[in-house]
Design a protein around this ligand. Structure first.
Ligand code: GLA
Length: 388
């Protein structure tokens, strides 16, 4: 893979110099949705699919970017002296945004670089292709410029900073953190209130993780993501008129029920309810999984979907059709939407010998009801971002 990409790189940018390869994965969240920016817990894992980057430092202040996934855009040029967000710069707002963030954080790049990217994460699918690009750029910049004190956690935080302050998406830390820190065959149990985490082994002997991409495209920036976040912040400040809490993740279900009257709109009550219950559900899910009760874990995944559908309202007909059809299939342990929602993907745990029938049946029903096809990926859990 990297030999082929390096050849492509030299074809585009010329031979010679110190050409280096990097990789950062995509991620799938098993449970704990829309809890990260509410100070709760998440349980994502890194995938073996992701973004490859081939990079070489330049002698001048230019940056040149090329992505095989956006080949029609050709080489996009930037310059270290002009790092502002530029809509016309398309996907390079993620890579150039990372350069901007390094500079903001006091890490000065004295020269530019050439970068070729190639990703095998379906674009805008909810598997975090943009965070994967940020993390791979972060790993490359750290390595090329010798910023050795930058940790993988820093790179995750730089990625989130880039989204929030450069690309205008008020996302939480889950995606960048799991992509930077993921570990093969483990999920990352992350407490987003203080970034403490634990790797939990995922032993699927007789089951597979199946991701189904709805192919309904969405961009986080123009979705209702920021609106949900604002609704939660408002609900939190209403609760804080009486309660001494820092985030919605501080509450148990009972504490929420006893105090929800403080939230003055029914819609905001449901948003906050999801954040509180989903966080508690994630704690339970990890506990039952560690006890080896995969069926109960699956049941909690299903409950999580219902909560994102009815209380948080981030699913929509495409994701609901995929999940509700999945629930009817033989051998399905659990199925839910994953990621921000509003399109994107679902994640299902399916008995290995039922995967083919699952793909056929869910695929047929989806095509018939929605009018276009879904894509299925049987995925493996891989390591986080790294030099190759
Ligand atoms: C997106 C965001 C994450 C998280 C999820 C929802 O993926 O980037 O920070 O909020 O949505 O759980």
């Amino acid at each position: 893979m990297t030999a082929q990409l390096t050849e492509k790189f030299t074809g585009l940018f010329g031979e010679g110099g110190d050409i280096r390869p990097y990789f950062a994965p995509g991620r799938v969240n098993l449970i704990g949705e829309h809890t990260d920016y509410n100070g709760g817990h998440v349980f994502p894992c890194a995938l073996t699919i992701g973004t490859y980057a081939i990079v070489r430092k330049r002698d001048d202040r230019k940056m040149r970017f090329y992505s095989e996934n956006f080949a029609q855009l050709g080489i996009i040029e930037g310059c270290l002296d002009n790092l502002g967000y530029d809509k016309a710069a398309s996907w390079t707002n993620y890579t150039q945004g990372m350069v901007w963030t390094f500079m903001e954080k006091g890490y000065t790049l004295d020269t530019g670089f050439d970068m070729l990217l190639s990703g095998n994460i379906p674009d805008a699918s909810g598997l975090s292709s943009s965070s994967s690009v940020e993390v791979v750029a972060g790993v490359a910049i750290r390595d090329l410029y010798g910023f050795d004190d930058v940790t993988m956690t820093d790179i995750a935080l730089f990625g989130q900073y880039t989204e929030n302050n450069y690309n205008g998406v008020n996302c939480g830390i889950m995606d960048q953190f799991s992509i930077a820190m993921g570990r093969k065959d483990h999920a990352l149990f992350l407490d987003c209130s203080d970034l403490s985490y634990e790797y939990v082994p995922i032993h699927l002997t007789d089951e597979k993780i199946v991701i189904t991409c709805s192919n309904k495209k969405r961009g986080l920036g123009d979705s209702k993501y920021n609106e949900r976040r604002a609704e939660c912040e408002e609900a939190l400040s209403e609760l804080q008129t009486k309660l001494d809490i820092k985030t919605l993740g501080d509450l148990t279900e009972d504490e929420f029920e006893a105090n929800k009257y403080l939230i003055k709109s029914e819609v905001r009550q449901r948003r906050a309810k999801h954040a509180v219950y989903e966080n508690q559900r994630t704690l339970k899910a990890v506990e039952v999984l560690q006890r080896g009760d995969l069926n109960e874990f699956g049941r909690l995944m299903n409950e999580s979907h219902i909560s994102t559908r009815d209380d948080y309202e981030v699913t929509g007909i495409e994701l609901d059709t995929l999940v509700e059809t999945a629930w009817q299939q033989e051998g399905v342990i659990g199925s839910r939407m994953t990621g921000a929602g509003f399109g994107g993907c679902t994640v299902s745990i399916v008995k290995s010998n039922c995967v083919d029938a699952f793909i056929k049946n869910v695929g047929d029903t989806y095509l018939e009801k929605i009018g276009y096809a879904a894509d299925f990926y049987v995925v493996e859990i891989g390591d986080g971002g790294r030099a190759l």
